[in-house]
Design a protein. Structure first.
Ligand SMILES: [Zn+2]
Length: 307
């Protein structure tokens, strides 16, 4: 039998079809176009899976490292938010509160890895809480800066050989999962690195939330470098396929509102953050707790998954 010549894809979809990016990494269904987000140049091409509603940003450079230049970490790139080095005292309020929640099931002393650790502020907070804490980041710049502060940081991608099997009791990804280009492989890698009973903590936006649905293409979470947009349901499904067995979902976040307000006060010092802003944050937090099943008013979530 003669081999069939490969079918030539239509010109406008050639690049994405060639790259295999239109198959959903969670459920293998085909993805189809959802939005073109024109506030960026080039516009972001967002596709959505018909099976599990995972969304993917097909606009990405061939070399993802291009997105994480020094400017990304110093707040100069137009799609980043802050230089974390200037806000460590404020962020520490939230880091400490989060560590208290982690301690309830996976207490120190234990080995701890923060993936996408940037300068390693959270790594240092975990060390102070008694964990043997390390960090991993793609950026040479951020890792070098963090090491100058005495933090145990590694530079590299999420790649299985980076660490031995069953090396960690806790792995955290704070606003990082959405950056990873191969979610299924990343989930398997985290499972491989964790000891039995180990905890994987993922904070990312929940696209099942009313906030993301209502704001549509205007939702601020659509950014260059954010490659996948999850829901609680499809994130759990991805992790379950990789072998994770037990889940706990926190909405909006896994720490109390008081920690967030303390963070805001320190961020705005010496001026106080203003009653309006504190009230807005408090209302957002309370709205975030209005959630039942897949329904949630806001799109904030933190998923804990245990091996
Ligand atoms: Zn899917």
């Amino acid at each position: 039998m003669q081999p069939m010549p490969p079918e030539a894809p239509a010109e406008e979809t050639k690049n994405v079809a060639d790259s295999g990016r239109t198959l959903c990494p969670v459920c293998n269904c085909r993805m189809s176009p959802l939005y073109e987000i024109r506030r960026f140049d080039p516009p972001l091409d967002i596709w959505k899976c018909a099976g599990c509603a995972l969304q993917s940003n097909l606009t990405r450079p061939d070399n993802l490292g291009e997105l994480y230049s020094e400017g990304y970490y110093t707040g100069e790139a137009d799609y980043t938010y802050e230089d974390e080095r200037k806000n460590e005292a404020a962020n520490d309020q939230v880091w400490q509160a989060r560590l208290k929640t982690i301690q309830k099931t996976n207490p120190a002393p234990a080995s701890f890895l923060d993936v996408g650790c940037s300068f390693g502020g959270f790594v240092e907070a975990a060390s102070r809480a008694g964990y043997a804490a390390r960090g991993l980041d793609l950026s040479h710049f951020a890792v070098q800066e963090g090491r100058k502060r005495g933090r145990d940081l590694y530079c590299g991608p999420v790649d299985e050989p980076t660490f031995p099997a069953e090396d960690f009791n806790v792995i955290t990804l704070i606003e990082v999962m959405e950056h990873l280009p191969d979610p299924a492989r990343a989930a398997r890698t985290f499972h491989h690195w964790l000891k039995p009973g180990g905890l994987l903590l993922i904070q990312t936006a929940n696209f099942d939330g009313l906030q993301a649905k209502r704001e549509g293409p205007d939702y601020h979470y659509y950014l260059p470098g954010h490659l996948f947009y999850y829901s609680a349901a499809n994130l759990k499904r991805l992790l379950a396929v990789a072998g994770f067995r037990r889940f706990k979902l926190y909405r909006p976040v896994d720490f109390p509102l008081a920690a967030k307000l303390r963070k805001m006060k320190l961020q705005s010092a010496p001026q106080s953050p203003g009653f309006q802003r504190l009230l807005r944050t408090s209302m957002y937090h309370l709205k975030g707790r209005m959630a039942l099943g897949d329904f949630a008013l806001t799109s904030s979530m933190v998923l804990y998954a245990w091996k």
